[in-house]
Design a protein around this ligand. Structure first.
Ligand code: SF4
Length: 135
């Protein structure tokens, strides 16, 4: 099965999300989608029990206006990538290994993601690998 057929039925927008009945129409959801994305893969969608308002799978993957609330103790970079990234797209935390972030965009918004503020639509770009070697 190809990638395009596997993604058939994917949630790609707030309108798609509303059409599933998982959320009510809420202008704040568009703001969430612009900041973090609002996609859900068909496989994850199939795991959600839409009759359960507290479904744990939905709570992990369905965009919520609560995403717009930040607490003072929250950090933009909770795992400290930025202090280990002297070159865009590379995290060099340990002396013997390097994390290469070839693509820094993600169409979904996992509630547990440590990097979601980096990979949402505002982070939409593919790393230019050539930039790594010029510095
Ligand atoms: S990058 Fe974050 S939001 Fe995207 S799939 Fe991974 S954990 Fe989820």
């Amino acid at each position: 099965m190809g990638a395009s057929s596997r993604m058939s039925g994917a949630i790609k927008s707030v309108a798609d999300l509303i059409a599933t009945g998982l959320v009510r129409d809420d202008a704040a959801l568009e703001t969430v989608a612009q900041k973090y994305a609002a996609g859900i893969t068909p496989d994850v969608l199939a795991l959600i029990d839409k009759t359960d308002p507290d479904n744990p799978i939905a709570r992990q993957f369905v965009a919520s206006p609560q995403e717009l609330v930040s607490m003072p103790e929250e950090r933009v970079d909770p795992i400290g990538d930025l202090s280990h990234s002297s070159v865009e797209g590379i995290v060099h935390r340990y002396p013997d290994r390097v994390l290469l972030k070839a693509v820094d965009v993600c169409p979904v918004c996992c509630q547990f993601c440590f990097r979601r503020k980096m990979v949402g639509p505002q982070g939409l770009r593919t790393m230019m690998i050539s930039r790594c070697w010029r510095r």
